[in-house]
Design a binder for this molecule. Sequence first.
Ligand code: PLP
Length: 417
Amino acid sequence: MQFKNGRYTVSGVDLISLTEEFGAPLYVYDANKMKDQYDRIHRAFSGVERLRINYACKALTNLNVLRLFRQLGSGLDTVSMQEVDLGLMAGFDPHDILFTPNCVGLDEVNEAVTKGVRINIDNISILEQFGDQHRGVPVCIRLNPHIMAGGNSKISVGHIDSKFGISIHQVPHVLKVVNALDLKVEGLHMHTGSDILDAQVFLQAVEILLRAATDFPDLDYLDFGSGFKVPYKEGGIATDIEDLGQQLSERFNAFCKDYGRELELMFEPGKFLVSEAGTFLVRTNVVKTTPATVFAGVDSGLNHFIRPMFYDAYHHITNISNPKGKPRIYTVVGYICETDTFGINRQLSEVREGDILAMANAGAYCYMMASNYNSRYRPAEVMVLDGKVHLIRRRETMEDLLNTQVEIPELVESVQA
Ligand SMILES: *Cc1c(COP(=O)(O)O)cnc(C)c1O
């Protein structure tokens, strides 16, 4: 979102006018910003011969977003068969899709094999069954280096109590399985969780994976996952991707020399690619003064945007309807019958009923976590692509709410009687 000539815009498109055209609440995505982030990570690792970015699409799976990343040359990281199917629908080559599920049954893994996508396995039980059924099918193994890189316990997945990956201490066991079943291990993977605050800690995890890699002679790629942090506040901490890129590239190239083969370096960012590209627009229904607080009550809630309540995530809020207004302190809350606070004690330009508030960093894990709680409709999504506005998902209707319900005839009749 930019502020120019008294107006808030996304790639030159006025945000208030979007709410007039498509209503509120509304998700707006800036395709330019997604592209910029993709280019940025590519540049940061340009010192590596073979680089692949797999967009971790659980952050935002709208087909148009998937197609945009495919056009940019990205691959896809998926965590469910549904994401695999969406990726195939969006035109990704199966070989460019990595299936990285956690605690799924063998049937789902088998289905992924049938579809020809790359498989990443994160427990020894499935690895044994996979190897038994799919002799010769190459596989990637997800290891857990037990490095604590993440900030929030819900999104940090590398620690000792984590359910993700095969413990690095179990590599000797993994090797027995690999040898006994003659498995072709083409990749090793780690994902230490979101929010890399310290590049050095991340590089420590990389070192652990590299050490493990020397035990696997048939590797084609090493996937270092993601966790690249983007700023959520002005001046907030972010992963210095350029610095990390330089340090990691150097180390990776040196490793490949020792290993004797030019391996592919893979990453699978979600948040880094799409978070900042998203803006969530809501309309203020009520300004309510209580003895202790001034509330701005908006036409949305945890049903559309749960990160502030679920993760205590900070999302910057701006009153885009009244840029010249006097700054005042507000607590911005939703309309759900449950406490759903978007932001406490925020300084906003004076908020009047009807004003549009914009929440930043709404691209990743925002629409995707939306629900129909309180039986409300999920909002529409709009993408600004090359200066043009496209509706990429319409707002839901009562028909959508009823779509999956099956009525019991006896009950229908008893109401009519
Ligand atoms: C969610 C996820 C990612 C993306 O994480 P971000 O913090 O959004 O970049 C990458 N890899 C795996 C396996 C994931 O589950």
